[in-house]
Write a protein that binds this ligand. Structure first.
Ligand code: GDP
Ligand code: MG
Length: 178
């Protein structure tokens, strides 16, 4: 097949959504390059990275990751960005209740306009800032459970749960028939 897609090797488009500043770009850079740069500026210009992971059952998943260049500020552009996405990673910052509300807005938007079989993950990032926490773990868990999503708290800074996030997504992807 022309899509580079078979039962053992999946290739999927993954988009990140969430307020500006919640750490979307840092999560991607941590996952793809193993780095965290605290001085990095807000993403300017489109960014596209890919990373392949191998699962225990010897299948591989290649994530084609679309990181917004600030399109999160322009709701009207969002459909162009998440069109055809098999995975949406919706990120908030555990120190920001506003960003948690915005994450819920994105979940509703994708439920209405995303692909029907899209895999959605809700991510509470900056978990290292526990002394500044303003969104309880339980709130993230409750919301994701109600909406049939996978939930995890991460830190792009310490790398906590970053690989786990992508591994869990990979396991939840619908498999093409063999
Ligand atoms: P984006 O706008 O969602 O892409 O956010 P960025 O990835 O550009 O990150 C915004 C800011 O949050 C930057 O100053 C990062 O250094 C910081 N940041 C990102 N992830 C973390 C994290 O896990 N912990 C902490 N403490 N800071 C983070
Ligand atoms: Mg960014």
């Amino acid at each position: 097949n022309g899509g580079g897609q078979d039962a053992k090797n999946l290739r999927v488009k993954l988009v990140l959504l969430g307020d500006s500043g919640v750490g979307k770009s840092c999560i991607v850079l941590r996952f793809v390059r193993g780095q965290f740069d605290p001085t990095s500026k807000v993403t300017v210009g489109a960014s596209f990275l890919s990373q392949t992971i191998a699962l225990q059952d010897s299948t591989t998943v290649k994530f084609e990751i679309w990181d917004t260049a600030g399109q999160e500020r322009y709701a009207a552009l969002a459909p162009l960005y998440y069109r055809g996405a098999a995975v949406a990673v919706i990120v908030y910052d555990i120190t920001s209740p506003e960003s948690f509300s915005k994450a819920q807005y994105w979940v509703k938007e994708l439920q209405k306009h995303g692909s029907p079989d899209i895999v959605m993950a809700l991510v509470g990032n900056k978990a290292d800032l526990h002394e500044k926490r303003e969104v309880a773990v339980q709130d993230g868990m409750d919301y994701s459970e109600k909406n049939g999503m996978f939930f995890i708290e991460t830190s792009a800074k310490t790398a906590d749960n970053i690989n786990e996030l992508f591994e869990e997504i990979a396991k939840r992807l619908p498999r093409p028939p063999i």
